[in-house]
Design a protein around this ligand. Structure first.
Ligand code: NAD
Length: 342
């Protein structure tokens, strides 16, 4: 029969793309419950779903920040039966930590972490009882621990010349700075899921994280609009200078240069769903494997902390050395450890 898939945050971006791709599966293997906070924002999804809408895709209201909304939504589903839960809803936050209010940080955790907890609490007990199910989270490369390298069966083909590789690697590092709280919210989620994954094996329930790098969605635009309105009072001028004149412009280039499409992420997600033994961690962008490799190469994390630092602030000669290390680490088998969307 058809597998029931519930996805959160489907009015735009990655959630929308996953909903459409699964609902339009040639063999009609999925029945998609595409959820969003506000059904008034359904038009883009409905249009993209085409004739799948009403057949293999239906809409439900769900706000991951509300206990009541989550409960109501799941109770409205036939037998509360969900085979695959895709936690996609999420918000970003950038800026120097000292200039961000705790309330603002808590909002991010409320969506990115507690939103996932809320969904899992509501759906997991039924999955355990049925001894089947798959819980997925659209995490981020910024939520990577890196202890466990992803294990995938697909091969990627990335051909980059020396220079572009250097520029690309440099760009990767800038993405890590000033996303501290967002990164922490994804780390928290990865920690939760890694612990759950172990217990859930006993119940035949699978857990997988999808870890995209930059993806061209409204996400980045929302962040940039927010940033342009904020003053970031509380940060010293030197930090603000790094943030505004180094980080922000590079971030724009990062998305332009390395950004994947929401469809790329949807393809990887579908591959993981359809894999007989879905890996726990799944990078979507092979260019990020060096970051994972760096963490893997030195469990004290000093190597990655110092390399990131030099890449960000001290590019000179150090860059060459770091890039060499990175190239060495990312060579061959490590490179192949991201799932290619193609
Ligand atoms: P997006 O802003 O287009 O999508 C996020 C969706 O979540 C939106 O539709 C938004 O309305 C919804 N949402 C926010 N709060 C919600 C709530 N309380 N309840 C229900 N829905 C809520 O951005 P996106 O890039 O598609 O982001 C999807 C996921 O991918 C997020 O978890 C994000 O952290 C992750 N991600 C994005 C990128 C990127 O570069 N865009 C990279 C890595 C990971």
């Amino acid at each position: 029969g058809q597998r029931v898939v519930l996805i959160t945050g489907c009015s735009s971006g990655i959630g929308l793309a996953i909903a459409v791709m699964l609902a339009r599966d040639e063999r009609k293997r999925y029945y998609v419950l595409a959820t969003m906070r506000d059904l008034k924002r359904k038009d883009k999804l409905v249009e993209a779903a085409g004739d799948a809408y009403g057949k293999t895709l239906s809409l439900l209201t769900l706000d991951v920040c509300s206990d009541e909304s989550v409960k109501q939504c799941v109770n409205s589903i036939k037998d509360r039966h969900i085979d695959i839960l895709i936690n996609n809803a999420g918000v970003g936050l950038v800026g120097p930590v000292e200039a961000i209010s705790l309330d603002n940080m808590k909002q991010v955790f409320e969506t990115n972490f507690f939103g996932v907890v809320r969904m899992i609490k509501e759906v997991m007990p039924d999955m355990k009882r049925r001894r089947s199910g798959h819980i997925m989270v659209i995490s981020s490369v910024l939520g990577l621990h890196g202890e466990t390298l992803t294990h995938t069966h697909t091969h990627t083909h990335t051909h980059t010349s020396g220079n572009t590789t250097q520029i690309r690697l440099m760009l990767l590092f800038t993405g890590v700075a000033f996303n501290d709280v967002y990164s922490a919210s994804k780390f928290a989620t990865e920690g939760l899921c890694e612990a759950l994954a172990i217990q859930l094996l006993q119940f035949n329930v699978k857990v997988s994280m999808i870890e995209p790098g930059p993806v061209n969605t409204e996400f980045e635009l929302k962040l940039m609009t927010e940033v342009s309105k904020k003053e970031f009072a509380g940060a010293d001028p030197e930090t603000l200078h790094h943030f505004r004149t180094c980080y922000l412009p590079t971030q724009v280039n990062l998305f332009k240069g390395l950004g994947q499409t929401p469809e790329d992420i949807a393809k990887v997600t579908k591959k993981v769903i359809e894999s007989p033994r879905p890996p726990f961690r799944n990078l979507t962008n092979p260019l990020y494997t060096p970051i994972v490799a760096l963490k893997y190469a030195d469990e004290t994390r000093s190597l990655s902390v110092h390399t990131f630092y030099h890449m960000l602030y001290n590019l000179g000669g150090v860059m060459h050395v770091s890039v060499r290390i990175m190239k060495f680490l990312s060579f061959g088998w490590l490179r192949r450890r991201a799932i290619s969307p193609t």
